[in-house]
Design a protein. Sequence first.
Length: 335
Amino acid sequence: MMLAPHHSLAWLGSLLDHARFACAVINPFSILKAILLARPAGGNRALLEAEKEHDLVRDCVSGPVEKRPNAQFTDSVSLQPVNRYPGLLIINADDWGRDRANTDRICECALRGTVSSASAMVFMEDAERAAEIAREHDIDTGLHLNLTSPFTGTGCSPRLMEEQNKITSHLRRHRLAKFVPHPGLARTFDYVVSAQLDEYRRLYGKDPERWDGHHHMHLSANMLLGKLLPEGIIVRRNFSFLPGEKGFFNRRYREVEDQLLAKRYRVVDFFFSLAPLEPKERLQRLFSLARQHVVELETHPVNPEEHRFLMGDDVLRWAGDQPIASNFILRSESL
């Protein structure tokens, strides 16, 4: 079972790490560099974007764009080389097991080959059945950590419900709560995360090789400073977005966080939401990007519009000769 740094000295060290992170965000030399890169000069262009979804902030920062086809983006993990993996299009469906509707819609898309993998919730009303379906149809799953919604499944202990409620109340109190560590909840986070990990192991008979979070709270300050995500696994990074969105410090925060994630975990090159489906040019650009980079598209097939798209012909036509991955895997360039 993973242990968070509970004692005062360990948390002091974590808070110092948080302070160093903040200094990196506001580093004047980095700010000047970003401003210079953002100037429209020659072949250089900084794509510093963000968008808010579910009242959560996310974005991507990138550096100079090379003059080559489809090179409209660069990896926001600026300390890592672009094209660390061959091009790959991964369509991942969130909320597997949340309820019967979510599970059934995701399953339909997975069996059609338009969903690569699913992020599985535990202690939810359809979690048991979803695990059986995943085993039966060999659907690739990872752990969709839930820190913001009540558990709806049976078998939750009163203590687990109580501890989950403490975290949920904290994270939903204010939109910035995600970014501020709460030392008083360190043991609570550890208990709830460990309980969900153990339940995933029970349902799926293995450790999750990939972690992400409901409302992306797997990247909350308590999660990262507590080092509750196992080192070396695949972890969902921050969202990447097209030009012209959000402010500088918002973008700068995400740039630094993505750099730190890449040092400890494995991350894809780009991460987008499948929605919105209009304008069509947006999705065409994202599909083209996957020819040279690993691109993850997050989808919620319980949404009728997304379900129709994934069950229709457009998704396969736009993918063209770039097939949708059959599972969630990061292949090394040597493969």
